[in-house]
Design a protein around this ligand. Structure first.
Ligand code: FES
Length: 118
């Protein structure tokens, strides 16, 4: 099963955006884009399981090169999801499997991994 999340053009370069594909009432996954690379992550910090963003779609640091947990400041690599600083160093975010169609449509599938457009 796949769920359409958005179009590549809907994501700012070096930006992030949250989604609620299961209509949970809050964003349960988020995407990070660098150029034509997009990674998807479950919106749950490995420290306490809380949502990461401090406000809607704000998952990154000012440089746009690390994911930040707003609760206690953990930093995560955008491409691996690995925590490199903070209370959960060495732990990782849970990846979301993505498919990017030739027309730029980004879909979420059941299998976790990141992908690159062709
Ligand atoms: S809940 Fe994310 S760093 Fe503590």
């Amino acid at each position: 099963m796949t769920v359409r999340l958005c179009h590549l053009d809907d994501l700012p370069d070096r930006g992030s955006r949250g989604f609620d594909p299961q209509a949970a009432g809050h964003d349960t996954v988020f995407l990070v884009r660098h150029g034509r690379q997009v990674w998807g992550w479950v919106n749950a910090c490995p420290h306490y399981g809380t949502a990461l963003a401090w406000r809607k779609n704000a998952y990154l640091n000012a440089a746009g090169d690390r994911i930040v947990c707003a609760a206690h400041g953990a930093l995560f690599e955008v491409d691996t999801g690995k925590c490199t600083l903070g209370p959960c160093v060495g732990d990782s975010l849970t990846p979301v499997d993505l498919q990017i169609q030739e027309d730029g449509t980004i879909q979420m599938t059941a299998q976790p991994h990141s992908t690159t457009t062709s």
